[in-house]
Ligand binder design. Structure first.
Ligand code: CO
Length: 149
């Protein structure tokens, strides 16, 4: 498998609005994407850009807030009421190849491959098989339109 760039770090928050204020006023972030509901994963999502160097793509913070009473991050936020780092997401060129790779290593994959917040296929790997990190694997967007807005 070919490891691609670190696409984003997922951060669970009780309030995207409050987290936006934090990233703007404390961290100096200036580029925020419009929040949207990702019904399939039971979360509201807001991407915050961090700049790259030499014109290369930066990475992002993915703020995730529970959407509805059955959100999969509800229990996580009960344990971490002020929010906490939730997952890391790496890009790969070919999601099917990556899935076969991790399955071959006996790593537990959480659910089917599905469409993620960037509109490309993703899956999650169990943190206990990944040195303690809930790990999202995401196929790189074919057209590099995410980073130009
Ligand atoms: Co993510």
């Amino acid at each position: 498998m070919k490891l691609g760039r670190l696409n984003h770090i997922g951060v669970a928050t009780p309030s995207i609005a409050e987290s936006i204020r934090h990233y703007r006023d404390v961290m100096g972030a200036i580029s925020f994407h419009e929040p949207f509901d990702l019904e399939a994963q039971g979360v509201k999502v807001c991407f915050v850009d961090t700049p790259g160097t030499n014109g290369m793509n930066g990475t992002q913070i993915e703020l995730i807030e529970p959407l509805g009473p059955d959100s999969p991050i509800k229990a996580f936020l009960e344990k971490n009421p002020s929010g906490a780092q939730h997952h890391i997401c790496f890009e790969v060129p070919d999601i099917a190849e990556a899935r076969t790779h991790f399955e071959g290593l006996g790593k537990r994959i959480l659910g089917p491959t599905r469409i993620g917040a960037h509109g490309t296929p993703i899956f999650f790997l169990h943190p206990k098989d990944m040195m303690g990190q809930l790990t999202e694997i995401m196929e790189s967007p074919k057209e590099n339109t995410l980073w130009t807005s």
